[in-house]
Design a protein around this ligand. Structure first.
Ligand SMILES: [Zn+2]
Length: 360
């Protein structure tokens, strides 16, 4: 794989990950783009002790453009997109409508005992394009391209983790209009966050409590319990196990754990990365086979924070869908949105059995 970094017309960084070994001479971006307008803020909720990102400038972002106006397709003479190249494999670039911006997170309004209530939303948001085919999905990419995407995740995690003020790097993909996807071209996103996310914080606390009480590794023991029980395991390879968690919240939910305790994607060996590409495609194929139609999903990589809890957290993927039947979606209503209590109407064991039977 060849990695080539360049700049877009407004100074944003773009990085090409090309398969094969032909060097790329990146074409300049001829568009006369103004600097992107950003006014991102983070506001601290003192009741839940969580940050909320306010990015009102994003209201004007590109929303479901027709396919001949897609900003992620290759550029041609008549049409300039975000990617100034006629062909590419995998590309990462800074989002033109970012939720977080390059800044040291200065305080905008400090309300005494309520801590730093308003700060600039400091961080970085990147788009990761999985290929030049507008109509493909991740599951169509094939093993080689999936491996290139894994290499891009590793590269971006390593680089973004090194930026000042970044506390956690989050790689994810939203797929399907039902999830709120605004661009259909196959792509994911990467957020470099200036704080440890609430879910990760909660997991670190659980892992620390478990270690103090038992001396054990919470993630390892969950994995071993699932492997031993077997009834919720969906797929297993030499280095990875995919299972429906015993307390699954979503109608379709699979967690993918590496067998070795590693904090993040860069810590995976070459064998583990190759194996990951294979089992990830396998699980995505089962997702689509479940209802015989592309399943809307969220694919969320949980990586250890950059600076803390690296001996407690374990890299893993949480993959889930809001589709609870071929023609029904799960909505987060009163119990879920109001109180954070998920009520599921399918047994996780039954979902695992159907996913095992759903041959891609
Ligand atoms: Zn496109």
């Amino acid at each position: 794989m060849i990695r080539t970094a360049a700049r877009l017309a407004d100074g944003r960084e773009i990085i090409y990950f090309d398969e094969g070994d032909a060097p790329r001479d990146p074409a300049p971006d001829p568009r006369g783009l103004p600097p992107s307008a950003t006014g991102s803020e983070m506001r601290f909720d003192p009741l839940l002790r969580e940050w909320v990102v306010v990015a009102s400038h994003r209201q004007g972002r590109t929303h479901l453009p027709p396919s001949d106006d897609c900003p992620l397709c290759p550029s041609s003479d008549g049409r300039r997109t975000e990617i100034p190249a006629s062909s590419y494999d995998v590309v990462a670039f800074e989002n033109r409508f970012p939720s977080l911006v390059a800044d040291h997170g200065r305080v905008l309004e400090d309300v005494g005992e309520l801590e730093h209530t308003r700060r600039v939303g400091a961080g970085r948001c990147e788009v990761l394009v999985f290929g030049s085919d507008h109509d493909a999905s991740f599951v169509d990419l094939g093993p080689e391209r999936a491996e290139t995407v894994v290499e891009a995740w590793v590269d971006r995690t390593r680089e973004l983790s090194a930026l000042p003020g970044v506390e956690q790097v989050y790689c994810f993909e939203n797929r399907g209009r039902e999830i709120g996807v605004t661009l259909h071209h196959p792509h994911g996103q990467i957020y470099a966050l200036p704080f440890v996310t609430p879910r990760t914080r909660r997991m670190l606390d659980s892992a620390a409590e478990y270690r103090a009480r038992t001396g054990g590794d919470l993630f390892a023991d969950v994995l071993h319990a699932e492997q031993k029980a077997g009834l919720r395991v969906v797929a297993r390879t030499a280095h990875w196990t995919a299972f429906v968690p015993a307390a699954a919240r979503w109608p379709v939910e699979v967690h993918l754990y590496p067998h070795r305790a590693v904090p993040d994607l860069p810590a995976l060996t070459d064998d583990e990365r190759r194996d990951l590409a294979g089992i990830y495609l396998d699980v995505l194929g089962r997702f689509d086979a479940l209802y015989g139609a592309p399943l809307p999903y969220i694919s969320a990589w949980h990586q250890a924070p950059v600076r803390e809890g690296r001996d407690l957290a374990r890299l893993h993927l949480e993959l889930f869908s809001v589709r609870r039947a071929a023609d029904k979606l799960k909505y987060l209503a009163g119990t879920e949105s109001g109180m954070g209590v998920f009520i599921s109407d399918v047994a996780p064991e039954a979902v695992a059995e159907r996913l095992r039977a759903a041959a891609p």
